[in-house]
Design a binder for this molecule. Structure first.
Ligand code: NAD
Ligand code: TYD
Length: 361
C-alpha cells in the first residue's frame, strides 16, 4: 500500500489533490497530511476524507525539524508531495520574511528529513521513493506582453516578487539535493490554478465573492496583465502522473495554454455569474461591468506568464481537459453550493486583510 506524505494538504491545491487521490485509488492508499493550518489551511476542505481508514492529519509546521524528523522515523513514506508554502504575492510584498521561512527553510527541513530517512549506507535510495516539489511558473519571471515566448523547463530563473524568489530558492535547493546526493525528486512548475476550495485572496474567488456581494471588483493597474489559467483538477492529474511516471531528477512545466488578460477573465466571470443566477435572485441585478474599478498597481507586477507544457505532454501524455469557460462554471457552481465555506473563509481575519490591502488602494 503506497503511503503519501502531503504537506499543505489543507490548502487549495493540496486538498484538491487528496480528494483526487481517493477518487483515483479508492481505499488502497495511505495519506498523511501535514499542515500548520495557517490562515490558508482549512480543515473543512477535507470533509469526506477525514474518516477514511488510511487518512491521518498531523498539525505541524514544516520548519519544525524535530517533529518532521521524528515523523519520518516513525512512518515509511513512499512519496512526499510538497505543497506547503506561503502562496500569495500581495502578502509577500507586505511581509516577505515568512515566505523565506516557510518556503525556503521549510523545504530544506523536508528535504533533510526525507534524505535521512531514505538514504541507504551506500548513498543510494530504495526503488519507488520520490519527493515531488510543487512549484510555480512565477520563478521564471515575466514574459513580454505580446510575443510568442513561453516558459520552458530550460528558461533561466528570474523571479521578481518575494513569493517567487522564495519559491525559486526552494526549487534550487531541491535541484542541489538531486545533484549532490542523487536524491530522488521531481519539480513541477505550474501556471495559475483556479477551482474549488481556493481562498478568496486570489483573484478568481475574490472577484466571484465581491460580485456576489455587489462590491467593487478591484483591477490592478491597467488590467492587461496576462495569466495562464489551469483548472486545479488538471494540475492534480499532472502531479499524480509525475509521481507515477516522471523520470527522476526532471522538472516538468504544467500549463494549459489558456492565457487571458485580467480584464477579459473578470468579464467572463461577470457574464457567467449573470447567466447562472436565476432571474429572481436579487444579486443578479447588481452584477455588471460597472463594478470593475481600477486600483493602484501591484508593486513589481509581472506582466505575462505562459507555460509551454510540451515536455509533460510528450513524455507523460498529459493534456489539460477542462476549458476555461467550463472550469469557471464549475468553480462558480462550487462557490454557489458552498456559501457556508465562503462565509467562514471571509469572516474574521479575512475582513482585516481586505481592509488593509484594498482600502487605500
Ligand atoms: P494555499 O496557500 O492555499 O495553501 C498552503 C497550505 O500550506 C495551507 O494549508 C497552509 O496551512 C499550509 N502551510 C503554510 N505554511 C506552513 C508551514 N510552515 N507548515 C505546514 N503547513 C504550512 O496554497 P496553494 O494555492 O494550494 O498552493 C500550494 C502549492 O502550489 C504552493 O507551494 C504554491 O507555491 C504552488 N502553486 C500554486 C499555484 C496557484 O495558482 N495557487 C500555482 C502553481 C504552484
Ligand atoms: P493572483 O490571483 O494574486 O495570482 P498571481 O499574482 O500569483 O498570478 O493574481 C492574478 C492576477 O490578478 C495578477 O495579475 C494580479 C491581478 N489581481 C487584480 O487585478 N486584483 C486583485 O484583487 C487581485 C488579488 C489580483
Amino acid at each position: 500500500m503506497k503511503t503519501y506524505l502531503v504537506t499543505g494538504g489543507a490548502g487549495f491545491i493540496g486538498s484538491n489533490f487528496i480528494h483526487y487521490l481517493y477518487e483515483k485509488y479508492g481505499d488502497g492508499i495511505r495519506v498523511i497530511n501535514v499542515d500548520k493550518l495557517t490562515y490558508a489551511g482549512n480543515p473543512e476542505n477535507l470533509k469526506g476524507v477525514e474518516n477514511k481508514e488510511g487518512y491521518t492529519f498531523v498539525k505541524a509546521d514544516i520548519c519544525d525539524r524535530q517533529t518532521i524528523d521524528e515523523f519520518f522515523a516513525k512512518n515509511d513514506i513512499d512519496a512526499v508531495v510538497h505543497f506547503a508554502a506561503e502562496s500569495h504575492v500581495d502578502r509577500s510584498i507586505v511581509n516577505p520574511e515568512v515566505f523565506v521561512q516557510t518556503n525556503v527553510l521549510g523545504t530544506a527541513t523536508m528535504l533533510n528529513a526525507a534524505r535521512k530517512a531514505w538514504e541507504k549506507e551506500d548513498g543510494t535510495y530504495p526503488e519507488g521513493k520520490k519527493f515531488l516539489h510543487v512549484s510555480t511558473d512565477e520563478v521564471y519571471g515575466s514574459l513580454p506582453d505580446d510575443d510568442n515566448a513561453f516558459f520552458y523547463e530550460t528558461t533561466p530563473y528570474a523571479p521578481h516578487s518575494p513569493y517567487s524568489a522564495s519559491k525559486a530558492g526552494s526549487d534550487l535547493l531541491v535541484k542541489a539535493y538531486m545533484d549532490t546526493y542523487g536524491f530522488p525528486a521531481n519539480i513541477t512548475n505550474c501556471s495559475n490554478n483556479y477551482g474549488p476550495f481556493q481562498f478568496p485572496e486570489k483573484v478568481i474567488p475574490l472577484m466571484i465573492n465581491n460580485a456576489l456581494e455587489g462590491k467593487k471588483l478591484p483591477v490592478y493597474g491597467d488590467g492587461m496583465n496576462i495569466r495562464d489559467w489551469l483548472y486545479v483538477r488538471d494540475h492534480c492529474k499532472a502531479i499524480d502522473l509525475v509521481i507515477e511516471k516522471g523520470r527522476l531528477f526532471e522538472t516538468y512545466n504544467i500549463g494549459g495554454h489558456n492565457e487571458k488578460r485580467n480584464l477579459e477573465m473578470i468579464r467572463i466571470i461577470i457574464a457567467t455569474l449573470r447567466e447562472m443566477l436565476p432571474d429572481d435572485d436579487p444579486r443578479k441585478e447588481r452584477i455588471s461591468e460597472d463594478l470593475i474599478t481600477f486600483v493602484a498597481d501591484r508593486k513589481g507586477h509581472d506582466r505575462r506568464y505562459a507555460i509551454a507544457p510540451d515536455k509533460i505532454h510528450k513524455e507523460l501524455g498529459w493534456v489539460p481537459e477542462t476549458r476555461f469557460e467550463e472550469g469557471i462554471r464549475e468553480t462558480i457552481r462550487w462557490y454557489f453550493d458552498n456559501s457556508e465555506w465562503l462565509e467562514h473563509a471571509t469572516s474574521g481575519e479575512y475582513q482585516k486583510y481586505y481592509e488593509k490591502m484594498y482600502d487605500k488602494r
